[in-house]
Design a protein around this ligand. Sequence first.
Ligand SMILES: C[S@@+](CC[C@H](N)C(=O)[O-])C[C@H]1O[C@@H](n2cnc3c(N)ncnc32)[C@H](O)[C@@H]1O
Length: 287
Amino acid sequence: MPADQAHRDRWRRYWDRHSASYDKQMRFFDRVLFGDSRPWVCSQAIGDTLEVAVGTGLNLPLYPPGIRLTGIDLSPEMLAIAKQRAHELGRDVDLREADAHALPFPDASFDTVVCTFSLCAIPDEHRAIKEMNRLLRPGGLLLLADHIAAAVWPARAVQRLLEIVTVPLQGEHFLRRPLHQVQAQGLTVERRERFKLGLTERLAARKPARPQPDHEETSATGSRLQEPLPQRSPRQRRRPAPAHPPVRDQRPDRHPLLRRVRPAGIRRAAGAGGRRWVRGQDRVHLR
Ligand SMILES: C[S@@+](CC[C@H](N)C(=O)[O-])C[C@H]1O[C@@H](n2cnc3c(N)ncnc32)[C@H](O)[C@@H]1O
């Protein structure tokens, strides 16, 4: 059996085994760490929407009516719970087994791609984000929420220690930064919020309406792009797409170490004379 497949089978069995207890565990983390990240993400979905690693479908009740939803996951047992949930909600969702590293859809198939609390568990998050970008139509929106490397070093040190155990036993990563992969793919981060010592991050990033030649290759299969979403003027492009509901742009960090909140649109950068404030396109108060 090829190593890739053995690896995939191992994590499939892992998630199958944990499917029955997943919702209870996740509700706890939603309460203490992730806050309203699920509604924040789901409320921004429009049109043809793909949820990657949909799990037991905890997001299903939160999507607006009218979107056409597809969900994939590696684990048949997680999917079985998601199917039951969709049935109980009376929601028409196309739920299928698939690997986030090689998604079984043509290029530019979706207006929105969502992934919540799974990039920490998908073995190669770089490949997964590349796939998500490939599936987005020009002008489409990528919506992510996850726990990431903390903004303060003592917390990161604890995360590093935890990873010694969790990466080999559970496939769980604590020090990832999906933002960097998203930016490397040439997407424009329109909204981003980070809180709870910088442990939780959620973002909305838009694929350019026209291909960006200076960014990483987004399609391995050649271009089969469908009709782009309506073009917006440069002035409009500075604002979130009007089709998406307004969302709160910042959330003050409550921890004393994180009180220095920057004005919206200003980010910190290293300059010749040390650190300085610069105007940036995404609104962030922590690097
Ligand atoms: C922590 S759960 C998150 C589930 C769901 N997104 C949520 O927000 O509750 C991680 C999920 O990622 C799935 N997963 C892990 N590796 C995957 C892969 N390579 N392809 C697809 N799904 C994967 C697991 O089966 C599991 O359902």
